[in-house]
Design a protein around this ligand. Structure first.
Ligand code: B12
Ligand code: SF4
Length: 674
């Protein structure tokens, strides 16, 4: 039997301007873990499945300059033409479900004899409604499929009845039949290693995704994955994981991994065992994982860091203690903040994932979530994220609100994911709210949706473009939502509109940052700030960063008496009205800014294309020296001028020596070049 397995489209950041290498890296990072596991199981049964990666097909389509290339689904359908497959199995995820169903239709149209099958998290929970609405879908495999899929293919090949095969939904005499659920895979260590050899882009991966285990015992009301794996927490053993990691390193030379599990740290002892095994192996692998902040502590974080953990995804969801209860997440938010702080101390990056748009959420709840978002900006390794709730099919929230969901393209978070929807997708989504529920919004009686969307874009872009200023404004005003409302009013009064009407584009790529800095200078500081000097210093700093990058190819040269030093082309020297170092210290510690005094300082800011580039606060002596490095004076002349300017001697050090040592230090700091 000729079997093809198709990975779901997930790489919506691709477009024709992305280079081949970058595209391969993006697609490698998004390797379809489930499909690769299934392919390995089929190979172990003697089959030779082929894998089609829809991300790669889409990239090919995006780069195809042929004006008659047609729409993506037709193009994608044609990729299956030569395969002559008996069985075509598509993986599904809610965000690209309309696309998958349309591609499946193309395959069926061109090859009516091919069995078109869906599997994965989306089709599994909307199996019956999907098959009712889209007659070209022949069968759905529900849930984990390492047992079901080979049994199904075996039954099909030998023309046995499907009636007793658990885990499938299929058609029989025109009726849709839903067999009972299949048992879970109880021993994940018994599964074969993923079939990476069928997925060429894995070679370009930065972090190879490897499945660490399945199942989360918690029951958050918005989450679909707990039910999918039936809340049965399972973990691969340390020996098995390390063997997989070693094989990847030996085959592809990659030793950085994204360990896939919704909630790795459920069982502390097993996390310790994994970390200790890694340390004992002396392999120096690095890895990221997911955890809850209440299932991890400082000691465990320290051990994980030693064992190579470099990133943790924390689903915090809401910064409101009330909402934590309403959504059955139940985190203690002070503890959550402390865990993020601990990770920062151990140089572990944290994705601090927050959501808004819950049906019961009030303005005060939103304020608390926004505060949690901005507070986490004080940690350099924290990356706060904010999304708008999408009611995933068959979750408690979706079931409760299924009759009152609203469809408004601008409001759904799925369309924000960037998949362009065609009129046919819209018609499908519009006609079947129960199948495509994630494209809808639940009603939020206390919060206006348009407001939420703009606020989300504002926070995400603000955190990217002026991280410290955003934190400073929140600290100064006590409420970033209030700052946003002031900005919204000012924006309207000053006729600032969104580029081409597209709010997200304006916030992500437009002149938002420059407009906002203007608002802070002209409106916020005079009218609302209780720490005007500190905020002014932060605005000046952020404005200097906005002012373009200057990557330079200058190489270091050593000092000679006749060399003429000048400020390094990557460096800007600016003056800010208050002690910047002290402001940053206070921001990190959450201390008030209102008594920051008038004390102008000079900052040297390196602009080499990285936002992480640090501003260095110059001592008065360095500032004077740097001012003399104007490219006109030789080192000898600078020493002379410096001697004349600075009459007070440092005891035991001659002024000339001090000056030469200062120039050398500026050179080593790459603040000057010759
Ligand atoms: C890693 C991950 C991602 C990665 C993508 C990884 C990739 N390779 O593309 C990233 C971070 C990009 C991502 C993004 C998103 N994700 Co995600 N993601 C996951 C996560 C954590 C792991 C997926 C995984 O590898 N699982 C392990 C494998 C073994 O399981 P599996 O894929 O389900 O495969 C098994 C079965 O489903 C089945 N199966 C799968 N495919 C097929 C196909 C056939 C033919 C058959 C027979 C069987 C079958 O057999 C497999 C083996 O048993 C899951 C949660 C989870 N634990 O699964 C969420 C999950 C898949 N994501 C989810 C969501 C909602 C999203 C986003 C929409 C989130 C958002 N709002 O941004 C985006 C959408 C991406 C996009 N751009 O379109 C939801 C999907 C819900 C749904 N109903 O579809 C999940 C389940 C999480 C959740 N909390 O509910 N995600
Ligand atoms: S802890 Fe995470 S994976 Fe578990 S139910 Fe809650 S959101 Fe889902």
């Amino acid at each position: 039997m000729k079997v093809c397995l198709v990975g779901a489209a997930t790489a919506n950041q691709l477009d024709h301007r992305v280079s081949d290498t970058d595209a391969a890296r993006i697609m490698g990072d998004l390797a379809p873990v489930g499909i690769l596991s299934l392919a390995a199981v089929l190979e172990a049964r003697g089959l030779r499945p082929e894998i089609v990666d829809l991300n790669r097909v889409r990239y090919r389509w995006l780069c195809d300059s042929n004006p008659d290339k047609g729409d993506f689904c037709g193009f994608a359908g044609a990729q299956f033409a030569d395969g002559d497959f008996d069985f075509c199995g598509f993986s599904t995820v809610c965000s690209s479900y309309p696309l998958t169903i349309r591609i499946a239709a193309e395959v069926k149209r061109a090859h009516p004899e091919t069995l078109v099958v869906l599997g994965g998290p989306q089709a599994s929970v909307v199996d019956v409604s999907t098959m009712r609405a889209f007659p070209w879908i022949d069968l759905v495999v529900r849930g984990e499929a390492e047992q079901t899929l080979p049994d199904l293919i075996d039954a099909l090949a030998t023309r046995r009845s499907l009636a007793s095969l658990p885990g499938i939904t299929f058609r029989q005499h025109g009726e849709i039949v839903r067999n009972p659920d299949a048992p879970l895979v109880s021993d994940l260590d018994a599964l074969p290693f993923p079939a990476f050899h069928l997925f060429p882009d894995i070679r370009f991966c930065r972090h190879v995704p490897l499945e660490l285990g399945r199942g989360c015992p918690f029951a958050c009301t918005f989450c679909s994955t707990n039910d999918f794996f039936r809340r049965r927490f399972r973990l691969k053993g340390p020996a098995r994981m390390i063997a997989e990691m070693r094989q990847v390193r030996q085959t592809y030379g990659i030793s950085s991994f994204e360990l896939v599990h919704d909630m790795f740290t459920v069982d502390r002892k097993r996390v310790e065992a994994f970390c200790e095994a890694l340390l004992e192996s002396q392999e120096e692998f690095t890895w990221g994982c997911s955890a809850r902040t209440d299932c991890i502590d400082e000691e465990l974080i320290a051990l994980m860091a030693r064992a190579g953990c470099r990133g943790i995804f924390f689903g915090i969801e809401s910064g409101s203690a009330r909402m934590q209860k309403v959504i059955d997440k139940g985190l203690d938010l002070n503890d959550s903040a402390a865990r993020i702080h601990s990770c920062d101390t151990y140089n572990i990056k944290t994705a601090v994932s927050l959501m808004t748009g819950f049906p019961d959420e009030t303005m005060n709840d939103l304020r608390a979530t926004a505060a949690f978002f901005v507070d986490s900006l004080r940690y350099d390794h924290a990356d706060p994220q904010l999304s708008i709730l999408a009611p995933l099919s068959d979750t408690p929230i979706q079931r409760q609100h299924k009759d009152s969901v609203v469809l408004n393209d601008d409001l759904t978070d799925m369309s924000y994911r960037g998949w362009e929807q065609e009129p046919r997708d819209h018609a499908m989504i519009h006609g079947h709210p129960e199948i495509f529920s994630s494209f809808y919004s639940v009603p939020t009686p206390h919060l206006e949706h348009g407001f939420l969307k703009e606020f989300r874009d504002f926070l995400l872009s603000g955190a990217r473009a002026f991280r410290r200023l955003l934190l400073g404004l929140h600290q100064d005003s006590g409420d970033v939502v209030d700052v946003f409302q002031q900005w919204q009013r000012w924006r309207t009064e000053n006729g600032i509109s969104f580029l081409g009407g597209d709010r997200s584009v304006y916030y992500a790529r437009g002149s938002f940052a420059a407009d906002f800095l203007r608002f802070v200078r002209l409106q916020y500081i005079p009218a609302a700030s209780s720490a005007p000097l500190a905020i002014a210093a932060l605005v000046d700093y952020e404005a200097a960063l906005l002012d373009g990058d200057r990557k330079s190819a200058i190489h270091d040269e050593s000092l000679t008496p006749d060399g003429r030093p000048h400020v390094h082309p990557e460096v800007d020297v600016i003056e800010v009205p208050a002690d910047y170092q002290e402001i940053v210290r206070r921001l990190r510690q959450g201390r008030p800014l209102d008594d920051i005094r008038d004390h102008p300082v000079k900052l040297a800011i390196r602009k080499n294309g990285t936002r992480a580039a640090e501003a260095r606060q110059l001592t008065p002596l360095s500032a004077r020296l740097l001012a003399l490095c104007d490219g006109a004076l030789t080192v000898e002349e600078i020493v002379r001028a410096f001697r004349q300017q600075n009459e007070t001697e440092v005891p035991g050090v001659s002024m000339d020596k001090l000056c030469l040592a200062g120039i050398e230090m500026l050179r080593q700091q790459r603040l000057i070049a010759l």
